[in-house]
Design a protein. Structure first.
Length: 152
């Protein structure tokens, strides 16, 4: 394709066909039959800038598909950003809960400490260590019973 165009010769591109006004004809074109077949079936001439219906429909369909693809791309992009924000929020909540669990475990360990329990029982409940005479054992010695097979 030649990059330089002759300025005297009119352009033949599709844009020039649309923007250039149609020249009125002064005389009807001469019909010169070249063969018997062409004179029997004359072809209807279309204007060079005329666009058929299927071309308009195809162009509109292509534009609509491109627009829908762009909208879908934006939707997916924004949903990805939104889910990223949600993930960050949930990670902060998780870190907060892990810190709280660690603190509760330390508190539980301190509450289970023997010295603290004994101090609470003496001060708050007024309890004392029982003398040996008051301690009653609830366990009784079990008798060995022979079971079939001789196992104890």
């Amino acid at each position: 394709m030649n990059a330089r165009r002759d300025p005297q010769k009119p352009s033949t591109g599709w844009l020039s066909r649309i923007s250039r006004p149609k020249k009125p004809r002064t005389t009807p074109p001469e019909k010169t039959p070249t063969s018997a077949a062409t004179s029997a079936t004359p072809k209807a001439r279309r204007a060079p800038y005329a666009v058929s219906g299927w071309q308009v429909l195809a162009s509109f369909s292509a534009i609509a598909i491109m627009a829908l693809a762009c909208i879908y791309h934006l939707y997916v992009r924004f949903e990805g950003i939104h889910s990223g924000y949600e993930t960050g929020k949930e990670r902060r909540v998780q870190a907060q809960l892990l810190l709280e669990r660690r603190e509760l475990r330390l508190e539980m360990a301190s509450l289970k400490e023997q010295r603290r329990i004994e101090a609470e029982a003496r001060q708050r409940l007024g309890m004392e260590v029982a003398p040996v005479e008051r301690i009653v054992s609830t366990q009784q010695k079990r008798k060995a019973v022979a079971v079939s097979g001789g196992a104890l």
